[in-house]
Design a binder for this molecule. Structure first.
Ligand SMILES: [Zn+2]
Length: 434
């Protein structure tokens, strides 16, 4: 394994409070030294990071890798290639595969496939209910012991309040987080996009904000006793942000994540029946976008997550009502977060790095494994970011198996220049450009 010296960058490690120009020396898969003037050290390879940010490897706690059962959309191999191209060194894969990740054997399958085929670290989220059928809890303790780093039925909400209460009680002792896909299903039957002026104009079934807010309110109430770590996935509405804000102020163990598309786009993106903008929960209105950014700025929303959801081109080519929900995000997320949050002045780069490293590491219990931080002696997962690099998103920039994103053709700034996973360079923008 090569020795590597990342020299002269602005090293930002929010977990330790480090923010200084320094060199990072890597050998045998570990960080061996961080400090100024390490250029004296013998290194097989020196990377000039001047003008760049050197951060802990980015972590995405919410991706869909489609393996097993949906390999025509994505696999651990292709999805992890997309991840490292976007600067991510760790992703957590959702359990809505076929079959669902609801047994220790299936979690072991993911671990084995990750080891054999993935370009980055992959940790599984365990299915909260057997078969993701929303009927009875899966074997929570067993799955926690078998490597699940959280629980969710993502793709579907735990609709039953009784079942939700049992799950919160069962998951709390594991110390892991329950991640809710907040969608009251009787309010979204036949819905294809946000309920508003655009859905009326297009004649499409509308999806009200209340479908999300009702579930958050209900779950916060149910969780007063168990005090399970409760996490709201892909938050989309203004009032949802306010619910989380008040619950956190009251000391409830609740977190929330925002996705790039909800931080930038509105329901107008669905105009012309553009299925690349069909996503669950739907793109909403300007005031929701502003509320999400304000929620990030004031610390209500502490995690960013792509909800990378690959779909084949022929599936997204269906009529709007029939096309599947979701869009890919791993390769483009960093630039889009920077546009939505840093360029607007909502937060500065150090906080953005925190939202992508220490915060998701905490959510998924990965800090104890040395991930989400730059520690001497720890795993050499490092992302070098050129914060000003201008580029235009093209299909050739997408390294996963699917191309479904409404951001193709968008001019953006900021990009992962180098992604190092366990001391191995897995993405090198300069080399990729030739
Ligand atoms: Zn979801």
């Amino acid at each position: 394994m090569e020795t590597l010296l990342i020299a002269g960058g602005r090293v930002i490690d929010p977990a330790s409070g480090l923010d200084a120009v320094a060199d990072v020396a890597i050998a045998a898969g570990r960080i061996v030294e961080i400090g100024p003037g390490l250029t004296r050290l013998p290194a097989a390879r020196v990377v000039d990071a001047s003008g760049c940010i050197v951060a802990p490897g980015l972590i995405d706690p919410h991706v869909h890798l489609r393996e097993p059962g949906g390999e025509h959309k994505e696999t651990l191999a292709t999805g992890s290639r997309a991840a490292v191209a976007g600067g991510f060194t760790t992703v957590c894969c959702m359990p809505n595969t076929v079959p669902a990740l609801d047994t220790p054997e299936l979690l072991a399958f993911i671990a084995a496939r990750a080891e054999a085929t993935a370009a980055c670290r992959v940790f599984p989220i365990g299915a909260a209910t057997k078969g993701r059928r929303g009927e009875e809890p899966s074997e929570i303790e067993l799955l926690a012991g078998a490597g699940a780093v959280g629980f969710s039925d993502d793709g579907d909400c735990i609709a039953s309040a009784g079942l939700m209460a049992r799950l919160l009680a069962a998951i709390a002792p594991t110390g892991l987080a329950f991640m809710q896909h907040c969608q009251e299903p009787t309010l979204t039957r036949g819905a294809a996009m946000h309920a508003g002026e655009v859905s009326v104009r297009l004649g499409l079934g509308g999806w009200p904000r209340a479908a999300e807010e009702i579930i958050i309110e209900r779950d916060l109430r149910l969780n007063r006793g168990p005090r399970c770590r409760y996490h709201v996935q892909h938050i989309s509405s203004e009032d949802s942000v306010d619910l989380i804000r008040r619950a956190r102020a009251a000391g409830q163990p609740v977190t929330a994540e925002a996705s790039p598309h909800h931080l930038l786009l509105t329901h107008e993106a669905c105009d012309g029946y553009d299925t690349s903008a069909k996503v669950n929960p739907p793109l909403r209105e300007r005031r929701d976008v502003e509320a999400l950014r304000a929620g990030v700025a004031d610390g209500t929303i502490t995690v960013l997550a792509t909800d990378h959801a690959p779909h084949a081109a022929d599936e997204k080519a269906l009529a709007f009502e029939e096309a599947p929900f979701g869009l890919v995000g791993l390769e483009t997320a960093l630039s889009l977060y920077a546009e939505a949050l840093v360029a607007t002045g909502a937060i500065a780069w150090p906080r953005l790095i925190a939202l992508l490293t220490v915060e998701p590491a905490r959510l998924c219990g990965l800090l104890g494994r040395g991930l989400g931080t730059l520690g001497v002696g720890g795993a050499a997962d490092v992302t070098v970011i050129d914060p000003d690099a201008p580029w235009t998103i093209t299909p050739a920039d997408l390294r996963g198996r699917s191309r479904n994103t409404p951001f193709l053709g968008r001019a953006v700034r900021g990009r992962a220049a180098l992604t190092v996973v366990g001391g191995v360079v897995r993405h090198d923008l300069a080399a990729a450009r030739g």
